[in-house]
Design a protein around this ligand. Structure first.
Ligand code: GLU
Length: 511
């Protein structure tokens, strides 16, 4: 019988979610939805020292912004809960005990100093082994070197301890990764990882992660490549618990690389090259440090999702534009690359421009309203909806809207000196006065792009004038600058009164 697909996104709430984390969540989501399975959120907060307030909410808000929702999680609930590991404390002790009982884990009482001494000693001896493992554990303070009574006594006296996994000595562990294929690692390269700490009564990531994936019936673990080195331990833990039969399948996603391909994409790269590495802006509650987000920088969630999906995955065709539902359909684990994926800010912008261009005017209008409010511009929806179609092709990021469209909302008070120099000649004022009188004769009801254009062009040809010599200064007085949408679209949107007013103002101010 085929197993139900159940995948989880399992972030640790240690700060804002990096865009790589969003991609991990997304690939889990796509895989779950494609297979009619479940997508879970599990908060891995067993490392209490690294807990950051607000991070959980941030993670959920970021994924909701991207259009992903969970079937089970800390807000949604579900029959495999609780979904926050700190609330599952009692569960893990039992499993740590199971490993102790079967001699696959053991107590260790070494102080941090003793561990440091061990490392220094091994280093001085130029030993090929530098870690706590089958070779070195015999020289340390643990269940192997102490009698049962001594161990019991130490625990009873409240001495802090950890429970370590007894890594088998010199064994080849064979693993399978859905992206990387078969991987074999010898246990000599691995150490006796700590599974549980008495100091806080909490399991470490490894124990909690395996126990929860098992209890939550996770079928596939899809996570970042940085977890690949933990895979042998995880596979051995499944074996130690006797859960090999139901062990999930694993897929480790390629890293997101800096634009030059040299190393992992970090916040510093973003700061240096001017792009966010987080989906939403974040202010560190302790340091107050601010990090920009894609949302606040003016990216549409559809563009962000589309861009991320193609970092490390490809559809095997030339298609680049994918909605979330198209991604669900097209996603295929076998098309995930092993090699790291280079991030490109130009590509991110290209996607954004595409989605803005294709966005419904009314939706875009809602994106633009806060920008207008920032500039104390108060306009009715009808007017804004007239402007939007004329500028949407020119906006790459939402805040560009102001630069592209300010003149639709404000009479220019200054004129670009270069444009003046280029377009304002001796005969300009007379020609614009002529344009004004022509436009004055067009009724307000007829003040359309077509009518105004026809009349002005008629005036130009009747008087054998040069088109550019008339239209360029007209644009200058209407917009304060050069460039922008079709001139007569501007004329018709701002309307008759405003057009005439701006011509007068230009004639008065530009000399
Ligand atoms: N808590 C781990 C993280 O923060 C989860 C790793 C995993 O998916 O197993 O990425």
């Amino acid at each position: 019988m085929n197993r139900r697909v159940r995948v989880r996104f399992a972030p640790s709430p240690t700060g804002p979610l990096h865009m790589g984390g969003v991609r991990t969540a997304m690939f889990n989501y796509l895989f779950a939805k494609q297979n009619g399975g479940d997508f879970l959120l599990r908060i891995e907060d067993t490392d209490q020292k690294r807990f950051v307030p607000g991070a959980e909410d941030y993670i959920m808000e970021a994924l909701a912004w991207c259009g992903m929702s969970f079937d089970e999680g800390i807000r949604e609930g579900g029959k495999f809960g609780p979904y926050r590991q700190s609330e599952r404390k009692d569960i893990y002790i039992k499993y740590a005990q199971q490993l102790l009982d079967t001699k696959q884990a053991y107590y260790a009482f070494d102080t941090p100093e003793a561990l440091e001494d061990m490392r220094t000693r091994l280093e001085n001896e130029k030993s090929s082994v530098r870690q706590y493992n089958a070779v070195t554990r015999s020289g340390m303070k643990n269940s192997y070197t102490m009698s049962d009574d001594e161990v019991k006594q130490q625990i009873a006296s409240g001495e802090p301890y950890v429970i370590r996994f007894a890594m088998p000595e010199n064994e080849n562990v064979t693993m399978n990764d859905l992206i990387r294929g078969e991987i074999i690692v010898n246990t000599q390269e691995l150490d006796d990882k700590v599974l549980f700490k008495s100091s806080d009564g909490l399991p470490t990531y490894h124990l909690a992660n395996i126990v929860d994936d098992h209890l939550m019936e996770i079928s596939h673990v899809i996570r970042g490549e940085e977890w690949l080195p933990s895979l042998p331990l995880h596979v051995l833990l499944y074996r130690a618990f006797g859960w090999t039969e139901t062990m999930p399948q694993f897929a480790h996603l390629p890293l997101l690389l800096k634009p030059d391909g040299k190393g992992k994409l970090s916040k510093r790269d973003g700061d240096r090259l001017g792009f966010p590495v987080f989906p939403l802006a974040w202010k560190d509650p302790e340091t107050g440090e601010f990090s920009s987000g894609y949302r606040e920088s003016g990216y549409l969630p559809e563009a962000f999702v589309n861009m991320l999906a193609l970092l490390g995955w490809n559809p095997g065709t030339e298609q680049e534009i994918f909605s979330m539902s198209e991604l669900i359909e097209a996603f295929n684990m076998s098309k995930i690359s092993k090699a790291g994926a280079k991030f490109s800010v130009d590509k991110a912008k290209w996607f954004n421009q595409h989605y803005i261009k294709n966005c419904a005017d009314s939706v875009l209008a809602d994106y633009f309203k806060p920008i207008l409010a920032q500039h104390q511009v108060d306009v009715c929806d009808d007017y804004l909806l007239k402007v939007v179609p004329h500028v949407k092709e020119r906006v790459v990021l939402i805040p560009d809207f102001w630069e592209q469209a300010a003149f639709f909302f404000q009479t220019p008070m200054e004129y670009n000196p270069n444009s003046i120099k280029k377009h304002w000649k001796e005969d300009t004022a007379a020609m614009l006065a002529g344009v004004k009188s022509v436009l004055e004769s067009v009724s307000e009801a007829d003040f359309s792009t077509h009518n105004t254009e026809e009349r002005v062009k008629q005036y130009i040809s009747d008087n054998a004038l040069n088109m550019g010599k008339v239209l360029n200064p007209l644009r200058l007085v209407l917009t304060g600058t050069g460039g922008g949408p079709h001139l007569f679209d501007i004329v018709s949107v701002i309307g008759k009164d405003e057009t005439l007013k701006r011509i007068d103002l230009g004639l008065e101010k530009i000399v």
